[in-house]
Design a protein around this ligand. Structure first.
Ligand code: GUN
Length: 281
């Protein structure tokens, strides 16, 4: 039977470690780490995500500044706020919740964030640094997946890793991180020919396609490690991932459940990045 990779336990361990680090910093330096969280508009999913980020900050002992801007905020107004936060030495991290309303160019906003405060790891400089093996912030979900693998005792070096999905936030940085860990990496996507043949080669298969239960056992090599980034509601309104868990779990060596696998790791790694942002200088 497959090892179930428990993201709730591993994220709790990471948050505990960070909490101690933050307390130690407060004791020795007497200063607080501060994350500015900006939400434009009131998309319900974004409100939940932002709320969870603020709660995690409070738990770890990081101060958070919340900016709830109206839906009709202009790009210039948002950029002005980012410039102010860039210049504010008391603010260590800046997070602009995506998606943004249509009148605002997301790329322009991400580019405006000081890379030293880019705790999402979305800035061109952060992505470029990851690409050429220099230090910088790493996108939280793929960074969390590396932690899930390492803390579950799963060796990455030398393994055939297949990432399904090529988004800027998950697929591409995931491939770069696995490469940094000395895996042999293939990125598959919607135009890949014979996807089953490609995924069937994977020792470690990371799925971020955004299609409920798409990956059945026909796509998976026996004994593979399967990491599921998706989160959806199935026909019975139950949470499910991109992987058909009940079908795949019996044939793999380890698998992440949905919920409770990759999901909790994203916020844990955001907190990790905030602590780094507050520690670097
Ligand atoms: N929207 C969905 N996921 C994320 C994330 O990780 N960071 C930001 N800023 N917005 C998101």
């Amino acid at each position: 039977m497959a090892q179930i990779i428990d993201g709730k336990i591993i994220s709790a361990q990471i948050k505990e470690e960070l909490k101690q680090k933050v307390a130690e910093r407060k004791r020795t330096q007497g200063t607080e780490i501060c994350l500015a969280v900006i939400q434009v508009g009131s998309d319900p999913a974004s409100t939940v995500y932002v709320g969870n980020k603020k709660k995690a900050c409070a738990y770890i002992g990081i101060a958070s500044l919340a900016y709830e801007l109206p839906e009709e905020t202009t790009q210039e107004e948002l950029l002005e706020l980012i410039h102010e936060l860039n210049d504010n030495d008391k603010v260590h991290g800046i997070l602009v919740q995506l998606p943004l309303p249509g009148q605002i160019n997301e790329n322009a906003v991400i580019r405006a964030i000081d890379p030293k405060k880019d705790v999402d790891g979305f800035h061109l400089q952060s992505v470029g640094a990851l690409c050429i093996g220099q230090s910088g912030f790493v996108s939280c979900t793929p960074a969390g997946i590396i932690q899930l693998l390492k803390r579950s005792g799963i060796e990455i070096a030398g393994k055939e890793c297949v990432v399904v999905g090529r988004s800027n936030i998950v697929g591409k940085p995931m491939a770069l991180l696995l490469l940094r860990e000395n895996a042999t990496v293939t990125v598959a996507h919607s135009k890949t020919k014979d996807l089953r043949e490609v995924t069937g080669r994977a020792d470690i298969l990371v799925v971020a396609v955004g299609r409920p239960k798409m990956i059945t056992r026909e796509y998976v090599k026996e004994g593979a490690v399967v990491i599921d980034v998706g989160i959806h509601r199935d026909e019975n309104n139950k949470l499910c991932g991109d992987v058909d868990y009940d079908d795949v779990a019996p044939i793999c060596s380890a698998i992440t459940p949905v919920p409770g696998g990759v999901g909790p790791m994203t916020i844990a790694m955001l907190m990790h990045n905030c602590v780094e942002a507050g520690t670097v200088r």
